[in-house]
Design a binder for this molecule. Structure first.
Ligand SMILES: Cc1cc2nc3c(=O)[nH]c(=O)nc-3n(C[C@H](O)[C@H](O)[C@H](O)COP(=O)(O)OP(=O)(O)OC[C@H]3O[C@@H](n4cnc5c(N)ncnc54)[C@H](O)[C@@H]3O)c2cc1C
Length: 402
């Protein structure tokens, strides 16, 4: 039989480390198991030029605020890793430990050979890029995990599929490097970098929109699946800016047939809907500020006749970048806790298996849950629940009041 510990945290990203912060504060004996190094996702799964889209003043973790001299700047990946490494100081992290199995036992769980009473799953929401399977398309294909910079791609044009944060950022970078870029745009979340004279995320933060609780959100399932906003650290990357730079917009990629990519004809509709939602959000900010005039966004300029077909074998495109989202990987979890789409079933981070918790998933307890500054409330709640339940004294009303 292997060692035992009270709690095992899987993953040493900021979410797992935040759990460790509160477990240490409350004197709970635990380990954090990490397959790579601390902050592994930021080190190994991001492209070279990426900066946080959240400004530095928002980069805060429990007990650790940004203390540099550029509060309005946006961290590079090296800076994020350093920020997370600093946060990890004193945490009982075992690096290079890949968890391959979590099972129930009479006393709790077995995490591979390690016995424990409770487990916090903080293994990340973005472990695997989601890529539609169209087979061999005869062109180079990359996901955001394989993409590093424009020079690493074969010569030729690039079809970027997906217009969330990743897609618009990569389209902008590739176009700036002189590539011909076609951007396939499905449902997206438009967000200007600035509204009036402030960063749009200042408005999200100050109005309390980001702090909205999961049980107050109208359509939680939808909120958890919302595309990430069209934002980049310090740059404007909305579709009009991309059009001005020479990126060609086409509709959602519907399918690939006989080597021809077929795009939806609904580009104008998805853009109108995104414009409407963005303007509604900005109007809400203005109302909160007591401002009665409105500063609507310029409507997204959609080509009069966006093309509906692109022959992938015709030489125009050398690479497809699949910016079509990410999903978690729970292949190591031997517990009946996934729904029929493979998503973890939980209520605000508490699963229906006693002692099993999650952190770092979209809108876990608040709209801001997956962001660096969003982890504090979630991790405090989950650790509180874990401790009180193990003592048989959990009282939701007390914990919620904190
Ligand atoms: C491209 C991109 C840009 C983002 N930009 C921002 C931003 O600007 N601002 C912001 O606040 N947030 C941003 N986020 C969201 C979020 O902050 C990150 O996704 C962050 O990495 C999530 O932290 P986490 O701790 O939940 O997960 P992760 O950082 O992914 O940490 C999970 C850890 O678990 C480990 N792990 C996984 N499986 C196992 C296993 N079986 N055994 C052992 N270890 C395991 C992984 O190696 C990893 O280190 C971004 C996300 C992405 C994908």
């Amino acid at each position: 039989m292997g060692d035992s510990v009270t709690t095992v945290v899987v993953g040493a990203g900021h979410a797992g480390l935040a759990a460790s912060h509160f477990l240490r504060e409350r004197g709970v004996d635990h380990v954090v198991l990490e397959r790579g190094q601390v902050g592994n996702s930021w080190r190994t799964e991001r492209w070279d030029s990426l900066r946080l889209l959240t400004p530095n003043w928002l980069s805060r973790l429990p007990g650790q605020d940004y203390d540099g001299d550029d509060p309005d700047g946006y961290m590079t990946m090296a800076e994020v890793v350093a920020f997370i490494e600093r946060f990890a100081a004193g945490a009982p992290v075992r690096t290079g430990v890949n968890v391959t199995s979590v099972r129930r036992t009479d006393e709790g769980f077995a995490v591979d050979d390690l016995r424990c009473r409770s487990v916090v799953i903080a293994s990340g929401a973005c472990n695997v890029p989601v890529v539609p399977d169209f087979g061999d398309l005869g062109v180079h294909q990359v996901t955001p995990f394989d993409y590093h910079n424009p020079d690493k791609l074969p010569d030729g044009g690039v079809l970027v599929v997906g217009a969330s944060a990743t897609g618009v950022q990569l389209a902008a970078e590739l176009r700036a490097a002189g590539r011909h870029v076609v951007l396939s745009v499905g449902e997206h979340t438009r967000m200007p970098r600035r509204h009036r004279d402030r960063d749009v995320l200042w408005w999200m933060h100050e109005t309390g929109l980001w702090a909205q609780r999961y049980d107050e959100v109208d359509d939680l399932d939808r909120a958890r699946r919302l595309p990430s906003p069209q934002l980049a650290g310090g740059l404007e990357v909305d579709l009009n800016t991309l059009t001005d730079a020479g990126v060609e917009l086409v509709g959602r990629l519907a399918t690939v047939r006989d080597g021809v990519a077929l795009f939806s004809g609904g580009l104008r509709n998805v853009c109108s809907l995104a414009d409407l939602k963005a303007n509604r959000m900005l109007a809400g900010f203005d109302e909160w500020a007591g401002l009665t005039d409105r500063v609507p966004l310029e409507p997204t300029r959609v080509p009069a006749k966006p093309r509906l077909r692109l022959d992938l074998g015709g030489g125009e495109i050398g690479t497809i970048v699949w910016a079509t989202g990410f999903r978690p990987d729970y292949s190591w979890l031997d517990l009946p806790v996934l729904d029929d789409r493979g998503r973890l079933r939980h209520d605000g981070g508490v699963t229906d298996i006693p002692g099993l918790y999650a952190l770092g998933l979209p809108v876990l307890r608040r709209r801001r849950s997956t962001f660096l500054h969003g982890i504090e409330d979630d991790a405090r709640y989950v650790v509180d629940h874990l401790i009180r339940t193990s003592r048989g004294t959990f009282d939701q009303s007390v914990s919620e009041a904190r």
